[in-house]
Write a protein that binds this ligand. Structure first.
Ligand SMILES: Nc1ncnc2c1ncn2[C@@H]1O[C@H](COP(=O)(O)OP(=O)(O)O)[C@@H](O)[C@H]1O
Ligand SMILES: [Mg+2]
Ligand SMILES: [Zn+2]
Length: 323
């Protein structure tokens, strides 16, 4: 997994909190039970000596070791049964002082032997989704919920279905050598829907994905560049240049200034040189992009990105009940 340090650290601290919360609960319950029934305290003291007794038996007795260990074990089982029945008489479950772990596979350590436990992987992906830059609305968008039949004509439906198939395969097969994509088409045709679906799938594969609107990327870069004379750049700034997949949504809808043009060029150039893929969506035509940005950018977008054209009727307007 190639997630940012802050994601990994934050999940590690969630796991350690989970364990210390459980330990604290266990101690509180033991204290409660010992005060209600001192015999259980004595039993626990005896139980805690069992492994020492077995070790002693192994090293001290030359003969009858087997019988000796058998008798320690039987005594141990009897103590456990006695403990359970005392707890039961008090009205508690036999596991009351041994509260369950959230994950029984790794006992909330996050590691199953030497490997990342599935629960740890899930937690990392969830945290990464939170950090990626899309809000709750977009989290609900997936390849499964993208329905080509919502479009009006047969041709549009076929195209939508083909685009979904190609983009889903792109997400499933994503690596650093994947192409960069340019998703072009009018408003409300599912560009954001499908690019957030890609983001989610690629994150689930363990990649570090950053997803932002062009507007907020340029705003953030502008802020960092502006303060760079005085202080170190925020490490977050580098994520646009370093992440495994950068998704820039709605290019062309932001306020275009000479500096935003140069930020965009810098990002595209740096990433193409490093071989790191990007997905850019826009509802501008090639002429509009050429007019708003410059020749250098347009030639990279149209020369080096794989272009997918979206067609159809605006689904956002349809949802709002407009014709
Ligand atoms: N084929 C589709 N099936 C289901 N919902 C869709 C489809 N296309 C678009 N939508 C929904 O319509 C709305 C607008 O789509 P969006 O992806 O934001 O369009 P765009 O980014 O192309 O402007 C979103 O709520 C999206 O989930
Ligand atoms: Mg959009
Ligand atoms: Zn686990």
């Amino acid at each position: 997994m190639n997630f940012p340090k802050k994601v990994i650290e934050s999940v590690a601290s969630d796991f350690s909190k989970k364990r210390s919360d459980r330990d604290a609960l266990r101690l509180r319950r033991l204290k409660e039970i010992y005060s209600l029934c001192p015999e259980i305290k004595d039993i626990d003291a005896s139980l805690s000596r069992v492994s020492k007794e077995i070790a002693e038996a192994t090293f001290t007795y030359k003969s009858n070791i087997r019988e000796r260990i058998e008798s320690i074990k039987n005594n141990n089982l009897a103590l456990q049964e006695r403990r359970a029945s005392l707890l039961c008489n008090l009205g508690f479950d036999r596991d009351y002082t041994d509260p369950p772990y959230e994950c029984e596979i790794c006992n909330d350590t996050g590691y199953d032997g030497f490997h990342l436990c599935a629960c740890h992987r899930r937690a990392l992906v969830d945290k990464m989704l939170d950090c990626t830059g899309f809000g709750n609305l977009i989290k609900a968008q997936s390849f499964e919920s993208f329905d080509p039949s919502v479009f009006e004509t047969e041709e549009q439906r076929k195209r939508a279905s083909a685009i979904r198939t190609v983009l889903e395969a792109y997400a499933d097969e994503f690596t650093h050598s994947s192409d960069s994509l340019l998703l072009v088409g009018g408003t409300g045709l599912g560009k954001t829907h499908l690019s957030s679906s890609i983001a989610r799938r690629v994150i689930e594969k363990g990649y570090n994905v950053v997803y932002e609107s062009a507007e907020s990327i340029f705003r953030e870069i502008g802020r960092e560049i502006f303060r760079s004379d005085f202080s170190e750049k925020d490490p977050e700034y580098y994520r646009f240049f370093d992440c495994d997949l950068l998704i820039i949504d709605d290019l062309g809808s932001e306020m275009i200034t000479p500096s935003s043009v140069s930020y965009l060029y810098n990002i595209i150039n740096t990433r193409l040189n490093k071989g790191l893929p990007m997905i850019i969506s826009t509802n501008n035509s090639s002429e509009e992009l050429l007019r708003k940005y410059d020749e250098r950018i347009a030639s990279r977008l149209f020369g080096e990105f794989v272009i997918h054209l979206f067609m159809g009727n605006d689904q956002r307007r349809k949802k709002l009940g407009k014709k």
